[in-house]
Design a protein around this ligand. Structure first.
Ligand code: GTQ
Length: 345
Protein backbone atom coordinates (compact mmCIF):
# COMPACT_ATOMS: atom_id res chain seq x y z
CA UNK A 1 0.00 0.00 0.00
CA UNK A 2 1.45 3.37 -1.00
CA UNK A 3 1.46 6.39 1.26
CA UNK A 4 -1.27 8.03 -0.92
CA UNK A 5 -3.56 5.08 -0.81
CA UNK A 6 -3.16 5.02 2.94
CA UNK A 7 -4.19 8.66 3.19
CA UNK A 8 -7.14 8.11 0.88
CA UNK A 9 -8.26 5.25 3.09
CA UNK A 10 -7.94 7.43 6.16
CA UNK A 11 -9.92 10.27 4.56
CA UNK A 12 -12.66 7.81 3.66
CA UNK A 13 -12.60 6.29 7.13
CA UNK A 14 -12.83 9.61 8.97
CA UNK A 15 -15.70 10.70 6.69
CA UNK A 16 -17.57 7.50 7.60
CA UNK A 17 -17.02 8.40 11.24
CA UNK A 18 -18.78 11.74 10.57
CA UNK A 19 -15.69 13.88 10.87
CA UNK A 20 -13.91 16.09 8.39
CA UNK A 21 -10.34 17.34 8.11
CA UNK A 22 -10.43 21.03 9.00
CA UNK A 23 -7.30 21.63 6.90
CA UNK A 24 -9.34 20.87 3.78
CA UNK A 25 -12.28 23.05 4.86
CA UNK A 26 -10.75 26.06 6.52
CA UNK A 27 -11.44 28.48 3.68
CA UNK A 28 -15.07 27.38 3.55
CA UNK A 29 -15.83 27.51 7.26
CA UNK A 30 -13.89 30.70 7.94
CA UNK A 31 -13.95 32.57 4.61
CA UNK A 32 -11.84 35.70 4.37
CA UNK A 33 -14.92 37.65 3.24
CA UNK A 34 -18.69 37.08 3.12
CA UNK A 35 -19.56 34.83 0.17
CA UNK A 36 -23.31 35.27 -0.30
CA UNK A 37 -25.08 33.03 -2.78
CA UNK A 38 -27.71 35.79 -3.03
CA UNK A 39 -27.24 37.93 -6.13
CA UNK A 40 -28.25 41.48 -6.97
CA UNK A 41 -31.67 41.35 -8.56
CA UNK A 42 -34.48 43.72 -9.52
CA UNK A 43 -38.14 42.67 -9.84
CA UNK A 44 -40.07 45.06 -12.08
CA UNK A 45 -43.51 45.90 -10.73
CA UNK A 46 -44.79 46.46 -14.27
CA UNK A 47 -43.87 42.83 -15.10
CA UNK A 48 -45.48 41.32 -11.99
CA UNK A 49 -48.67 43.38 -11.62
CA UNK A 50 -50.58 41.76 -14.55
CA UNK A 51 -49.87 38.30 -13.09
CA UNK A 52 -51.07 39.38 -9.64
CA UNK A 53 -54.29 40.64 -11.23
CA UNK A 54 -54.64 37.37 -13.17
CA UNK A 55 -54.42 35.32 -9.96
CA UNK A 56 -56.80 37.76 -8.26
CA UNK A 57 -59.35 37.01 -10.98
CA UNK A 58 -58.81 33.23 -11.09
CA UNK A 59 -57.74 32.02 -7.65
CA UNK A 60 -59.90 32.37 -4.54
CA UNK A 61 -58.46 32.85 -1.07
CA UNK A 62 -60.09 29.54 -0.08
CA UNK A 63 -57.47 27.95 -2.39
CA UNK A 64 -54.54 30.30 -1.92
CA UNK A 65 -55.08 31.59 1.63
CA UNK A 66 -52.47 34.30 1.01
CA UNK A 67 -52.31 35.34 -2.67
CA UNK A 68 -48.62 36.19 -2.77
CA UNK A 69 -45.89 36.05 -5.38
CA UNK A 70 -42.69 35.34 -3.46
CA UNK A 71 -39.69 37.28 -4.77
CA UNK A 72 -37.15 34.48 -5.11
CA UNK A 73 -33.53 35.50 -5.50
CA UNK A 74 -31.91 33.58 -8.42
CA UNK A 75 -29.14 32.58 -6.00
CA UNK A 76 -31.45 31.57 -3.13
CA UNK A 77 -34.04 29.20 -4.57
CA UNK A 78 -33.89 26.32 -2.05
CA UNK A 79 -35.04 27.37 0.45
CA UNK A 80 -36.50 30.43 -1.28
CA UNK A 81 -35.43 33.83 0.04
CA UNK A 82 -35.09 37.33 -1.36
CA UNK A 83 -31.71 38.15 0.09
CA UNK A 84 -29.70 36.62 2.93
CA UNK A 85 -32.05 36.10 5.92
CA UNK A 86 -34.89 38.21 4.40
CA UNK A 87 -38.01 37.50 2.38
CA UNK A 88 -40.22 39.78 0.28
CA UNK A 89 -43.46 38.99 -1.52
CA UNK A 90 -46.18 40.87 -3.38
CA UNK A 91 -49.67 40.20 -2.03
CA UNK A 92 -52.97 41.10 -3.68
CA UNK A 93 -56.40 41.07 -2.06
CA UNK A 94 -59.71 41.85 -3.73
CA UNK A 95 -62.99 43.42 -2.59
CA UNK A 96 -64.92 41.41 0.06
CA UNK A 97 -62.05 38.98 0.61
CA UNK A 98 -60.61 38.02 3.97
CA UNK A 99 -57.24 36.35 4.54
CA UNK A 100 -57.60 34.06 7.54
CA UNK A 101 -56.11 34.92 10.94
CA UNK A 102 -52.87 33.20 11.90
CA UNK A 103 -49.65 33.81 13.79
CA UNK A 104 -46.10 32.62 13.48
CA UNK A 105 -42.66 32.94 15.01
CA UNK A 106 -41.43 35.13 12.16
CA UNK A 107 -41.60 38.88 12.48
CA UNK A 108 -43.36 40.46 9.52
CA UNK A 109 -44.47 43.77 8.11
CA UNK A 110 -46.25 45.12 5.04
CA UNK A 111 -45.61 48.21 2.95
CA UNK A 112 -48.69 49.22 0.97
CA UNK A 113 -48.21 49.80 -2.78
CA UNK A 114 -51.62 50.56 -4.27
CA UNK A 115 -55.36 50.57 -3.65
CA UNK A 116 -57.55 51.48 -0.71
CA UNK A 117 -60.13 49.90 1.55
CA UNK A 118 -58.10 47.03 3.03
CA UNK A 119 -57.17 46.61 6.67
CA UNK A 120 -55.08 44.24 8.74
CA UNK A 121 -56.15 43.27 12.24
CA UNK A 122 -53.21 42.70 14.61
CA UNK A 123 -54.00 41.25 18.05
CA UNK A 124 -57.52 42.71 17.90
CA UNK A 125 -56.58 46.16 16.54
CA UNK A 126 -57.82 46.91 13.02
CA UNK A 127 -55.26 48.97 11.13
CA UNK A 128 -56.15 50.64 7.81
CA UNK A 129 -53.83 50.16 4.82
CA UNK A 130 -53.11 53.12 2.56
CA UNK A 131 -50.38 53.46 -0.07
CA UNK A 132 -47.02 54.16 1.58
CA UNK A 133 -48.14 52.94 5.02
CA UNK A 134 -45.89 50.55 6.94
CA UNK A 135 -47.81 47.99 9.03
CA UNK A 136 -46.11 45.76 11.60
CA UNK A 137 -47.03 42.23 12.60
CA UNK A 138 -44.34 41.24 15.11
CA UNK A 139 -43.71 37.53 15.73
CA UNK A 140 -46.48 35.81 17.70
CA UNK A 141 -49.09 38.49 16.88
CA UNK A 142 -52.36 37.22 15.37
CA UNK A 143 -53.05 38.86 12.00
CA UNK A 144 -55.73 38.68 9.33
CA UNK A 145 -56.42 40.89 6.33
CA UNK A 146 -59.81 42.14 5.09
CA UNK A 147 -60.97 44.28 2.20
CA UNK A 148 -64.10 46.40 2.26
CA UNK A 149 -63.14 48.69 -0.65
CA UNK A 150 -63.75 48.23 -4.36
CA UNK A 151 -60.34 48.02 -6.06
CA UNK A 152 -57.46 45.54 -5.77
CA UNK A 153 -55.03 46.31 -2.97
CA UNK A 154 -51.40 45.28 -3.44
CA UNK A 155 -48.67 45.41 -0.83
CA UNK A 156 -45.14 44.25 -0.20
CA UNK A 157 -44.84 41.58 2.50
CA UNK A 158 -41.58 41.19 4.41
CA UNK A 159 -40.67 38.39 6.78
CA UNK A 160 -37.52 37.12 8.46
CA UNK A 161 -38.44 33.45 7.94
CA UNK A 162 -35.14 32.52 6.20
CA UNK A 163 -33.39 33.37 9.47
CA UNK A 164 -36.01 31.75 11.70
CA UNK A 165 -35.82 28.53 9.67
CA UNK A 166 -32.02 28.56 9.58
CA UNK A 167 -32.24 28.58 13.39
CA UNK A 168 -35.02 25.93 13.40
CA UNK A 169 -37.12 28.22 15.59
CA UNK A 170 -40.40 28.33 13.60
CA UNK A 171 -43.98 27.79 14.70
CA UNK A 172 -47.25 28.54 12.90
CA UNK A 173 -50.85 28.46 14.19
CA UNK A 174 -54.29 29.26 12.77
CA UNK A 175 -56.66 31.38 14.88
CA UNK A 176 -59.81 29.56 16.03
CA UNK A 177 -61.97 31.69 13.71
CA UNK A 178 -61.40 33.08 10.22
CA UNK A 179 -61.21 36.68 11.49
CA UNK A 180 -60.32 38.09 14.88
CA UNK A 181 -62.80 40.09 16.96
CA UNK A 182 -61.93 43.80 17.09
CA UNK A 183 -61.07 44.33 20.75
CA UNK A 184 -59.13 47.59 20.48
CA UNK A 185 -60.25 50.92 18.88
CA UNK A 186 -59.20 51.01 15.21
CA UNK A 187 -55.64 52.26 14.56
CA UNK A 188 -55.20 53.17 18.25
CA UNK A 189 -51.49 52.37 18.55
CA UNK A 190 -50.63 54.55 15.58
CA UNK A 191 -52.72 57.44 16.91
CA UNK A 192 -51.10 57.09 20.35
CA UNK A 193 -47.51 57.09 19.18
CA UNK A 194 -47.52 59.13 15.98
CA UNK A 195 -46.59 62.34 17.80
CA UNK A 196 -43.29 60.82 18.83
CA UNK A 197 -42.12 63.35 21.37
CA UNK A 198 -45.35 62.95 23.39
CA UNK A 199 -46.07 59.30 24.08
CA UNK A 200 -48.51 57.70 26.55
CA UNK A 201 -47.06 57.72 30.06
CA UNK A 202 -49.48 55.19 31.51
CA UNK A 203 -47.62 52.27 30.01
CA UNK A 204 -50.18 50.62 27.80
CA UNK A 205 -47.40 48.63 26.15
CA UNK A 206 -44.34 47.24 27.88
CA UNK A 207 -41.17 48.30 26.10
CA UNK A 208 -39.97 45.32 24.14
CA UNK A 209 -37.86 44.57 21.10
CA UNK A 210 -40.85 45.03 18.76
CA UNK A 211 -42.48 48.41 18.24
CA UNK A 212 -46.02 48.71 19.70
CA UNK A 213 -47.08 50.76 16.64
CA UNK A 214 -49.40 48.99 14.20
CA UNK A 215 -49.04 51.54 11.40
CA UNK A 216 -46.52 54.17 10.36
CA UNK A 217 -48.67 56.29 8.00
CA UNK A 218 -47.21 57.63 4.77
CA UNK A 219 -48.73 61.04 5.55
CA UNK A 220 -46.40 61.24 8.59
CA UNK A 221 -43.41 60.05 6.57
CA UNK A 222 -44.04 62.88 4.10
CA UNK A 223 -44.36 65.36 6.97
CA UNK A 224 -40.98 64.21 8.29
CA UNK A 225 -39.33 64.83 4.91
CA UNK A 226 -41.12 68.15 4.42
CA UNK A 227 -39.99 69.32 7.87
CA UNK A 228 -36.36 68.74 6.92
CA UNK A 229 -36.82 70.20 3.44
CA UNK A 230 -33.35 71.05 2.09
CA UNK A 231 -31.86 71.87 5.48
CA UNK A 232 -30.35 68.41 5.96
CA UNK A 233 -27.84 67.12 3.47
CA UNK A 234 -28.40 63.52 4.49
CA UNK A 235 -26.00 60.65 4.07
CA UNK A 236 -23.49 60.60 1.21
CA UNK A 237 -24.51 57.04 0.40
CA UNK A 238 -28.26 57.15 0.80
CA UNK A 239 -29.54 60.71 0.87
CA UNK A 240 -32.05 61.86 3.47
CA UNK A 241 -32.39 58.47 5.12
CA UNK A 242 -34.93 58.13 7.96
CA UNK A 243 -35.30 55.05 10.15
CA UNK A 244 -38.70 53.95 11.44
CA UNK A 245 -38.36 53.66 15.23
CA UNK A 246 -39.79 51.75 18.14
CA UNK A 247 -41.01 54.77 20.17
CA UNK A 248 -40.47 52.98 23.48
CA UNK A 249 -36.83 52.04 22.94
CA UNK A 250 -35.59 54.24 20.11
CA UNK A 251 -34.47 51.03 18.41
CA UNK A 252 -35.51 49.43 15.11
CA UNK A 253 -39.17 48.48 14.62
CA UNK A 254 -38.52 44.72 14.90
CA UNK A 255 -35.69 42.77 16.54
CA UNK A 256 -34.66 41.20 13.25
CA UNK A 257 -35.44 43.93 10.72
CA UNK A 258 -34.81 47.66 10.48
CA UNK A 259 -37.05 49.68 8.15
CA UNK A 260 -35.92 52.90 6.49
CA UNK A 261 -37.07 55.34 3.87
CA UNK A 262 -34.97 57.78 1.92
CA UNK A 263 -35.52 60.72 -0.39
CA UNK A 264 -33.05 61.19 -3.22
CA UNK A 265 -33.12 64.55 -4.98
CA UNK A 266 -32.91 64.59 -8.82
CA UNK A 267 -29.25 64.12 -9.81
CA UNK A 268 -28.38 62.43 -6.51
CA UNK A 269 -25.39 60.12 -6.93
CA UNK A 270 -24.41 58.26 -3.77
CA UNK A 271 -20.98 57.11 -2.69
CA UNK A 272 -20.74 53.30 -2.86
CA UNK A 273 -20.93 51.45 0.47
CA UNK A 274 -20.92 47.84 1.47
CA UNK A 275 -22.25 46.29 4.62
CA UNK A 276 -22.44 42.86 6.16
CA UNK A 277 -26.23 43.26 6.27
CA UNK A 278 -28.46 42.15 3.41
CA UNK A 279 -31.24 44.46 2.35
CA UNK A 280 -34.31 44.80 0.18
CA UNK A 281 -35.21 48.12 -1.46
CA UNK A 282 -38.68 49.07 -2.65
CA UNK A 283 -39.24 52.06 -4.92
CA UNK A 284 -42.12 54.10 -3.53
CA UNK A 285 -41.80 56.50 -6.46
CA UNK A 286 -39.12 57.77 -8.83
CA UNK A 287 -36.57 56.52 -11.33
CA UNK A 288 -32.93 55.72 -10.91
CA UNK A 289 -30.21 53.09 -10.87
CA UNK A 290 -28.65 50.82 -8.28
CA UNK A 291 -25.12 49.69 -9.03
CA UNK A 292 -24.61 46.57 -6.94
CA UNK A 293 -21.23 44.90 -7.14
CA UNK A 294 -20.68 45.72 -10.81
CA UNK A 295 -24.29 45.08 -11.92
CA UNK A 296 -26.34 48.16 -12.82
CA UNK A 297 -30.08 47.80 -12.33
CA UNK A 298 -32.47 50.55 -13.31
CA UNK A 299 -35.54 51.07 -11.18
CA UNK A 300 -38.94 52.73 -11.43
CA UNK A 301 -42.14 53.01 -9.37
CA UNK A 302 -42.78 50.01 -7.07
CA UNK A 303 -39.86 47.87 -8.25
CA UNK A 304 -38.10 45.73 -5.64
CA UNK A 305 -34.33 45.21 -5.46
CA UNK A 306 -32.32 42.60 -3.54
CA UNK A 307 -28.96 43.75 -2.20
CA UNK A 308 -26.70 40.88 -1.06
CA UNK A 309 -24.49 41.30 1.99
CA UNK A 310 -21.10 42.90 1.34
CA UNK A 311 -21.96 43.91 -2.24
CA UNK A 312 -21.01 47.55 -2.88
CA UNK A 313 -24.21 49.54 -3.44
CA UNK A 314 -24.36 52.85 -5.29
CA UNK A 315 -27.68 54.67 -5.74
CA UNK A 316 -28.53 57.29 -8.33
CA UNK A 317 -31.68 59.28 -9.01
CA UNK A 318 -31.77 59.62 -12.81
CA UNK A 319 -35.30 61.08 -12.93
CA UNK A 320 -36.61 64.63 -12.88
CA UNK A 321 -38.48 64.25 -9.58
CA UNK A 322 -37.59 63.30 -6.02
CA UNK A 323 -37.26 59.56 -5.56
CA UNK A 324 -38.50 57.83 -2.40
CA UNK A 325 -37.02 54.44 -1.59
CA UNK A 326 -38.27 52.26 1.24
CA UNK A 327 -35.84 49.60 2.48
CA UNK A 328 -35.29 47.02 5.15
CA UNK A 329 -32.23 45.18 6.38
CA UNK A 330 -31.17 42.50 8.86
CA UNK A 331 -28.80 44.98 10.50
CA UNK A 332 -30.36 44.56 14.00
CA UNK A 333 -29.45 40.85 13.95
CA UNK A 334 -25.88 41.57 12.94
CA UNK A 335 -25.52 44.35 15.52
CA UNK A 336 -26.89 42.11 18.29
CA UNK A 337 -24.25 39.53 17.40
CA UNK A 338 -21.44 42.07 16.92
CA UNK A 339 -21.20 41.13 13.23
CA UNK A 340 -22.18 44.44 11.63
CA UNK A 341 -19.55 46.14 9.50
CA UNK A 342 -19.79 48.77 6.81
CA UNK A 343 -17.31 50.64 4.66
CA UNK A 344 -17.23 53.04 1.73
CA UNK A 345 -15.72 51.38 -1.30
O1 GTQ B 1 -50.03 38.01 4.95
O2 GTQ B 1 -49.74 36.89 6.79
O3 GTQ B 1 -46.13 36.92 2.11
O4 GTQ B 1 -48.08 34.92 6.78
C1 GTQ B 1 -46.00 35.32 3.83
C2 GTQ B 1 -46.52 34.81 5.02
C3 GTQ B 1 -47.71 37.00 3.84
C4 GTQ B 1 -49.40 37.17 5.63
C5 GTQ B 1 -46.62 36.40 3.25
C6 GTQ B 1 -47.61 35.40 5.62
C7 GTQ B 1 -48.22 36.51 5.02
Amino acid sequence: MTQDTTSTDHYRAVAELHTAPLWRNLGDVLPAEPRPTAVAHRWRYADLRPHLLHFLATLGLDEAERRVLMLVNPGLTDPPATTTSLYAGLQVIGPRETAQAHRHASHAFRFVIEGGGAATTVNGERVPMRPGDLLLTPGGHWHDHEHTGDEPVIWLDALDYPLVNALDASYFEWFERRSQPHTVPDDLSSRQYVHGLLTPAWGRAAAGPSSPVGRYPWAETRRAFDAIADDAEGSAAEGVLLEYRNPLTGGPVLPTMSCRVTRLRPGFSGVPVRRTSGSVLHVVSGEGTAEIGGVTLDWADHDVIAVPPWAPLRLRNTGLRDAYLFGYTNEPVLRALDLYREEEC
